[in-house]
Design a protein around this ligand. Structure first.
Ligand SMILES: Cc1cc2nc3c(=O)[nH]c(=O)nc-3n(C[C@H](O)[C@H](O)[C@H](O)COP(=O)(O)OP(=O)(O)OC[C@H]3O[C@@H](n4cnc5c(N)ncnc54)[C@H](O)[C@@H]3O)c2cc1C
Length: 386
């Protein structure tokens, strides 16, 4: 890792404060390094994700993304080996088509990234809201109604975070502590009425937040699980009917299917992006929630048990697709059986991505499930997929 206060992409003439990091650097190390240099790097919510790998190439959401953009919005340069064996510098000025493709087209597709350089922000104070209570069949629905009701307001105020039927951990780089307390009052009142716990505090840096709230709460490892996700547009929260449809689906999810609900405030809602600069689905820019949920099974589950969890995830996702026509899903955390995945993950960017894939990897050396230009589900390497 190298910190450059005045990084100039090769071929350019404007400098930016940035960190250059090798492909193997996980966020835990990167956050510490940024903190030692008094800067903030925008990244994911887990210690082991590799910042220069699949995270950034697939989009890269952070709970700071509502204000500071996705990973793809902040990368300034890649160094990559393309399938023809060439090492290439890829940025706005050199190989710009590949730069665009790497900013959202997905890992494992266009080449092997050796390092990336990412824009950093100054060290920043964060307001943190940590609100929790014991979830019951009775209280989950009313709390989700509060989250849905507050969604647009909180997004306009710059909140990012993770919210579930039993609480939330949100952060805000824009508000004062007093404003943060006022903003979170509806959730606070509800949690206290359920004998829950509430902390609203100001922390001096991202690293302090990450150590206190993320590292301290790492999930158990090794549990078999699959994800489904959907980007929920702001528009769905703008009318009473839209909000009621969301709450109805959530109620079905936790009452009938017993699934978790993870509403992530991690879309670049307030970020002023340059149109067309990245290849993620444009649905990211219109959405305020990246909604995720899990299918789970135990180690001794039968293939049929596992298959039923995949089906459950697909069925729930379909309910969400039905109320969000034209939106999309996050490639890195998508339903394995996402129908019309090209449209869901990349929208109208797919044809151009396919052209770039064919240009840099004409023999299809690199391939992965539902990646741009993949060989399809019949290819023998996917025999392990249900
Ligand atoms: C616990 C957990 C928390 C998560 N939290 C977030 C989050 O907060 N935000 C978010 O956006 N996502 C999150 N994710 C999803 C995450 O972005 C994806 O799992 C992502 O694919 C991880 O990338 P990786 O390189 O670490 O993983 P890997 O599994 O190593 O790689 C994923 C894909 O990228 C390719 N790849 C990896 N390195 C390179 C490289 N150097 N060059 C070319 N291709 C490469 C691989 O071939 C593979 O196809 C989370 C995942 C987990 C497991």
């Amino acid at each position: 890792m190298t910190y450059s206060p005045n990084f100039v992409p090769e071929g350019g003439n404007v400098s930016h404060p940035a960190i250059t990091l090798g492909a193997g650097v996980p966020f835990q190390d990167l956050y510490k390094f940024a903190d030692m240099n008094n800067v903030t790097i925008v990244g994911g919510y887990a210690q082991t994700i590799a910042a220069s790998g699949g995270w950034v190439m697939g989009g890269g959401h952070s709970i700071l993304s509502p204000v500071f953009g996705l990973g793809v919005d902040r990368v300034l340069q890649f160094r990559i080996v393309t399938p023809d064996g060439q090492i290439r510098v890829v940025n706005e000025f050199q190989n710009p088509d590949l730069f665009w493709a790497l900013r959202g087209g997905g890992g494992g597709t266009f080449g092997v990234v050796l390092e990336s350089t990412m824009l950093v922000e100054p060290q920043m104070k964060l307001q943190v809201a940590s609100i929790h209570f014991t979830q019951t069949r009775q209280n989950a629905g009313p709390f989700l109604e509060i989250l849905v009701e507050q969604a647009l307001k909180w997004s306009r105020e710059g909140w990012g975070g993770h919210m579930s039927p039993s609480g939330l951990i949100n952060v805000n780089p824009l508000l004062t502590l007093e404003q943060a307390k006022q903003s979170m009052q509806p959730a606070v009142d509800f949690a206290l009425s359920q004998n829950g716990t509430v902390v609203i505090e100001e922390l001096p840096s991202w690293q302090t937040f990450f150590s206190k709230y993320v590292l301290a709460a790492e999930s158990a490892i090794g549990a078999p699980t699959i994800l489904g996700t959907r980007l929920i547009p702001a528009q769905n929260f703008a009318s009473d009917d839209g909000k009621a449809s969301l709450v109805k689906i959530f109620t079905t999810m936790f009452n009938e299917f017993n699934t978790s609900i993870n509403a992530i405030l991690g879309t670049p809602f307030l970020f002023n992006s340059t149109e067309g600069a990245t290849s993620v689905t444009p649905a990211w820019r219109k959405s305020i929630w990246h909604l995720g949920f899990h299918g789970v099974w135990t180690y001794n589950a039968t293939v049929e048990d596992i298959r039923s969890q995949y089906e459950l995830v697909s069925n729930i996702n379909q309910m969400l697709r039905d109320i969000t026509p034209g939106s999309g899903a996050y490639f890195n955390e998508g339903d394995v059986h996402e129908p019309a995945h090209e449209q869901s993950f990349w929208g109208d960017n797919y044809p151009a991505l396919l052209e770039i894939k064919r240009k840099y990897d004409p023999y299809g050396l690199l391939d992965c499930w539902q990646c741009v230009g993949w060989k399809g589900p019949e290819d023998e390497r996917y025999a392990c997929y249900l």
